[in-house]
Ligand binder design. Structure first.
Ligand code: AMP
Length: 427
């Protein structure tokens, strides 16, 4: 026997019935995003490595150690996208979207790839639902982006989510803070872990994100970014908060929140759910000012977020799952033994196709008697449709309603009309 092949480590198959849940979540995303004027963009799965090096930042973990990069047969260095913001900004510039009415509001749904250590809720191919608002107007754009996000999560029935909000300031605030933070941490360098020591030179703000309790203890005495904000950044943050208060969006200010990517300015946020443990962020985002310019476009105000769809589905409220469990298909079964046709179509197969063409979801039953009914109930089927030799001769079928166990034999056309009403969208 040859060796069995398996899905690659950190990847997985999504199977029915879960795929119905994924489709429903994505359907809800499309509905809510469109309502807020966001339209779908689909960018390629792979891009030039250079895009991420420039757009995500050389000093980030993503670019530093998590990218699936490869050389294609033409000698180009390509990378499976580890996130989509850089690609959306590239597309914005490439298609001259800055000459469209602003802001341009886009959303995307699809897989992302990062070479991370697989663990609970963390995959190497994972999925994000994200949105980007480009060419916006500062605080109001941040708020509009947060509002569509909260509306979407609300549509899914979430109640226990928290928006964690912070500002990382503008470039000037951050430069000032960076100096103060490095001056504070340098004397503690020996007590820091290897990653944080490296970040001291490359990306010191990321050290604030540490999960290490010893490092957190050191950081308790660190200077605060809040004290280095320029007047413009302070005002921006105040306006974001005032809007969120006005729209009654619950949030908590989280001074340590800095987010992993290099391009954020001012507003950054995450959404956490209690059900997820240490890896509890299901969404991260923020505003960015330099990114479009970095990719060869004009200075453009952007703000966006990415929701981890895998984690989102793991913690999906029961109410949303239940709403999805509608009516199953009718189950079609032979009563007794139907004469097999010498050639041509088996009568049961013909009946199933007739039902399906009439818009009625139908499947062939398996098993007999009690087993058949049990299986049909498990599939939340309302009726079993029986075809026996007698029905075959008379042009009738027998409908058994599973809930009442009532059985009626009626002309095929009438039965189909009745079932059709059951499955018509109005019912
Ligand atoms: P990021 O693009 O790093 O801001 O991540 C946004 C969201 O994507 C996170 O909050 C996670 O929910 C999700 N995410 C990031 N990396 C992974 C991964 N390796 N596996 C599953 N979900 C992920």
């Amino acid at each position: 026997m040859s060796q069995r092949l398996q899905a690659v480590k950190g990847t997985r198959d999504l199977l029915p019935p879960d795929t119905a849940l994924w489709a429903a979540v994505e359907g809800a995303a499309r509905r809510v995003f469109e309502r807020y004027g966001f339209h779908e963009i689909r960018t390629p799965i792979f891009e030039e490595t250079e895009l991420f090096a420039r757009g995500v930042g050389e000093a980030t973990d993503i670019v530093g150690k998590e990218m699936y990069s490869f050389e294609d047969k033409g000698g180009r260095s390509l990378t499976l996208r580890p996130e989509s913001t850089a690609a959306v900004c590239r597309a914005y510039v490439e298609h001259g979207m800055q000459s469209l009415p602003q802001p341009v509001k886009l959303f995307y749904i699809g897989p992302q790839f990062r070479y991370e250590r697989p663990q609970k809720g963390r995959y190497r191919q994972f999925h994000q639902i994200g949105a980007e608002l480009l060419g916006g107007r500062g605080a109001e754009s941040d708020v509009e982006t947060l509002l569509v996000l909260v509306a979407f999560l609300g549509e899914l029935g979430f109640g226990d989510l928290q928006v964690l909000l912070n500002t990382v300031g503008d470039a000037e605030s951050r430069a000032a803070y960076r100096d103060r933070l490095v001056a504070f941490l340098r004397p503690h360098a020996a007590e820091l872990g290897e990653d944080s020591r490296r970040r001291l030179d490359s990306n010191p703000l990321r050290i604030l994100d540490t999960k290490d309790p010893d490092e957190q203890a050191i950081l308790a005495g660190a200077p605060r970014l809040e004290d280095c904000l320029t007047a413009a950044s302070r005002d921006h943050f105040a306006r974001v908060r005032a809007h969120l208060d006005a729209f009654a969006v619950p949030y908590r200010i989280e001074p340590r929140l800095v987010r992993g990517l290099d391009y954020y300015t001012n507003t950054v946020f995450e959404i956490v759910s209690q059900g997820l443990g240490a890896q509890n962020a299901i969404c991260g985002g923020g505003a960015y000012e330099g990114l479009v310019e970095e990719l060869g476009g004009p200075p453009t105000y952007g703000v966006g977020f990415a929701i981890g769809e895998d984690r989102l589905i793991e913690v999906l409220p029961q109410s949303f799952r239940e709403r999805l469990q509608g009516r199953g298909p009718v189950v079609v079964a032979a009563m007794g033994k139907l004469p097999a046709p010498a050639d041509g179509v088996a009568p049961l197969f013909a009946l199933i196709e007739e039902l399906r063409r009439a818009g009625i979801p139908a499947i062939e039953g398996s098993g007999k008697g009690g087993k058949l009914f049990e299986a049909a109930e498990r599939q939340r089927s309302p009726y079993v449709v029986f075809l026996g030799e007698q029905e075959q001769r008379d042009g009738t079928v027998t409908l058994r309603e599973l809930a009442s166990r009532a059985q009626r034999t009626l002309p095929r056309g009438e039965a189909i009309a009745e079932l059709r009403r059951l499955y018509s969208p109005a019912s």
